[in-house]
Design a protein around this ligand. Structure first.
Ligand SMILES: NC(=O)C1=CN([C@@H]2O[C@H](COP(=O)(O)OP(=O)(O)OC[C@H]3O[C@@H](n4cnc5c(N)ncnc54)[C@H](OP(=O)(O)O)[C@@H]3O)[C@@H](O)[C@H]2O)C=CC1
Ligand SMILES: O=C(O)[C@@H]1CCC=N1
Length: 268
């Protein structure tokens, strides 16, 4: 049997990580899930063939523990498992706002902690995750966290002081993109397009635009200018977005997300 990884908190993000590890070929007998609700445990066992156990059993057996509960539940979870944790284990926290110092203060000495901010496109192996070491981490701990997240997308290393900003940009980011997509589809319907057609037009436009950004490496301003013919339709649309202060709204939204991440660290 190889190194054991446990996922504690199998909601949206926890299941996203679990499914990615299974897709990436991690042997399910090297995976454990901590889940207290019997119905949810049965669902996960049936869907992935993974062993669903108590948090205590998972914490006793695992070499690496991925903590994917809500920030507000993190203190209780750490209090529950800290008695069975042992030096040499690695905790990888995916919770917004929660600092490595908070976790280190609630677990025995010698446990390494890595803070991660992932995002849901991990579900289709296009995730973006940023990782930061706690004070007892060495390269092997960062490499292990990196390998967990690399199975579902890209991983970058950032200083922990940048994690609240990362959370605001890429952690919450998919929601802003989906919001824009929803808004454009609704606009298409207002303009008289059938909903299915409006959806297809918007989604393919999004995928094509994302692919241009990634594959050409061209700055988004240049790509936008290429679409904006002099005196044309795009210029008229962009003027309205500027009049309605959409750029300022994005900045305010992301500052609010960053501030909320900081508040979560305070337990509020
Ligand atoms: N969703 C996202 O896009 C992202 C989420 N995150 C982070 O991931 C974490 C989880 O978020 P998300 O998946 O959205 O939330 P969910 O509410 O979907 O998942 C949280 C899960 O944790 C379970 N849980 C709560 N307490 C315990 C416990 N003591 N032991 C085991 N499981 C427990 C909950 O079970 P129950 O429902 O029975 O209470 C639930 O299944 C958060 O910290 C969030 O900041 C980070 C980046 C992106
Ligand atoms: O909304 C949240 O708090 C979580 C963290 C980043 C994305 N979802």
């Amino acid at each position: 049997m190889g190194s054991q990884t446990a996922i504690l908190g199998a909601g949206v993000m926890g299941e996203t990580l679990l499914s990615g590890l299974v897709r990436a070929g991690r042997r399910v007998d090297n995976l454990l899930v901590g889940e207290k609700r019997a119905e949810r445990a049965a669902e996960l066992e049936q869907r992935y063939g993974v062993a669903v156990v108590t948090n205590i059993e998972a914490a006793e057996k695992a070499d690496t523990l991925a903590l994917v509960v809500k920030p507000q539940d993190m203190g209780d979870l750490l209090d529950e498992i800290s008695g069975v944790l042992r030096p040499g284990q690695l905790i990888v926290s995916l919770a917004a706002g929660i600092t490595t110092a908070f976790i280190e203060s609630r677990v025995p000495e010698g446990i390494a902690v890595v803070r991660v901010m992932p995002n849901t496109p991990a579900l289709v192996d296009e995730g973006m995750a940023a990782i930061s070491p706690g004070s007892h981490c060495d390269e092997s701990h960062l490499a292990e966290a990196e390998s967990l997240l690399a199975s579902v997308g890209k991983v970058v290393r950032v200083p922990e002081r940048q994690q609240d900003a990362v959370t605001a940009i890429s952690g919450s980011g998919p929601a802003y993109i989906f919001f824009v997509v929803e808004s454009m589809i609704e606009a298409g319907v207002h303009l008289g397009l059938p909903r299915a057609m409006a959806s297809e037009l918007v989604i393919q436009t999004l995928v094509g635009s994302a692919k241009m950004l990634r594959e050409t490496g061209t700055h988004p301003t240049v790509l936008r200018e290429q679409v904006t013919s002099p005196g044309g339709t795009t210029a008229s649309a962009l003027r309205e977005l500027e009049i309605h202060k959409v750029r300022a709204a994005f900045l305010a939204a992301m500052e609010a997300a960053r501030d909320r991440s900081r508040e979560l660290a305070e337990g509020t």
